[in-house]
Write a protein that binds this ligand. Structure first.
Ligand code: PLP
Ligand code: COI
Length: 335
């Protein structure tokens, strides 16, 4: 076990001993390679550099209360990465190859798996890039898939406490039927103007739909949910990433007798919500303390402490991830 101050870890890269990578040439994937070399030699005309042909994923392994290791819904990440690949005309990584690479990254970096009860986990960042040199505009034919592990702590520095957000009607993250539904680097680059402007004010950015700028899309790098009249409400939108965490929370809400509505959510509905939050692999559930609408001066207040439903869902999710509760939906692979 490495000497790392696990409880102090934030969402930052900590280098581990090994990464895993695998290449696609001539229409087929090669065998995964475990290597300590975290650099690549890449032609400057590679399609990932020239035209942004890049997709990634994010998933976690947890050291459980019982000492076992659990990887959460890895197959869902594999399927989403395959959809992102198809979205950018890349060769999808087959599900079994994706899972093999994650397991290799875990087995070869066990010293970096944070101990139970530190709030830290081992995060995997699968990455798929087009590496064919090409100046003509179009997709490449060669791809590199890599899994980069890193122990991480909470995404929002305050952890399970309220984070303030601001909306920005001058920056759109993604267009309807564009690439917002895929996990591709371009979406994040497109969001930087919004997220950096918010950060400069000590806030995070809440993105609205890019057509009418009336409906909530998502929270930076996480989905949005709110509780209204006791129901779990979350946006249906063609420009947001289908979050695996959100999907799990919807299931856990239903399991606990809470009605779920996935539909367009007007920003103004925040006024009728008792609590709301950002949810995702990195964010887990990060309660939203306040949403500022700078265009009309409205401020929707929720307070710094997580609401009751957020707390219940947070515990229900983490109890499964840390092996403290039965995994009734078969979400974890246990080692
Ligand atoms: N939305 C965006 C834009 C994200 O980057 C993420 C993170 O992966 C999410 C939502 C949450 O998705 P998931 O719960 O699958 O991590
Ligand atoms: C995740 O939640 O896994 C993400 O990838 C979000 C962000 C850190 C990019």
């Amino acid at each position: 076990m490495k000497q790392i101050n696990w409880k102090q870890l934030g969402f930052h890269y900590t280098e581990t001993d090994y990464i895993v990578r695998c290449e696609y040439h001539d229409g087929k994937w090669g065998e995964p390679v475990v290597t300590s070399d975290k650099t690549i030699t890449l032609h400057l005309s590679a399609t990932c550099l020239q035209y942004g042909q890049e997709a990634f994923e994010g998933l976690k392994a947890f050291r459980g209360a019982d000492g076992k290791i659990r990887i959460f819904r890895m197959e869902e990440n594999a399927r989403r990465m395959a959809r992102s690949a198809e979205g950018l005309c890349m060769a999808p990584v087959p599900e079994d190859l994706f899972c093999r690479c994650i397991l290799l990254a875990l087995e070869n970096n066990l010293d970096y798996l944070p101990p139970y009860d530190t709030g830290a986990t081992l995060y995997f960042r699968p990455l798929l890039i087009g590496i064919t040199p090409r100046l003509g505009v179009g997709p490449g034919r060669d791809f590199l898939f890599a899994v980069i592990p890193s122990p991480i702590g909470p995404y929002y520095p305050v952890g399970f406490h309220g984070t303030p957000f601001i909306v920005n009607r001058r920056v759109d993250r993604a267009a309807p039927f564009g690439t917002g539904q895929f996990k591709v680097g371009g979406n994040y680059a497109a969001s930087f103007r919004g997220t950096e402007a918010a950060h400069a004010q000590g806030l995070s950015c809440l993105f609205l739909d890019s057509v009418e700028r009336k409906y909530i899309d998502e929270c930076g790098a996480a989905n949005f949910f709110g509780i209204k009249h006791g129901k779990y409400i979350t946006p249906a939108s063609t420009s947001i990433l289908p979050s695996i965490t959100n999907n799990s929370l919807m299931q856990l809400a239903r399991d606990n007798g809470i009605e779920v509505e996935q539909r367009k959510v007007l920003l103004e509905e925040l006024a009728d919500m008792t609590e709301c939050g950002a949810c995702g692999t990195a964010a887990v559930i990060s309660p939203i303390s306040r949403v500022i609408d700078p265009d009309n001066g409205k401020i929707y207040e929720f307070g710094d402490e997580p609401g009751q439903v957020s707390k219940m869902l947070y515990n229900a999710l983490q109890d499964i991830q840390y092996g403290r509760a039965d995994d009734n939906h078969g979400w974890c692979r246990v080692y």
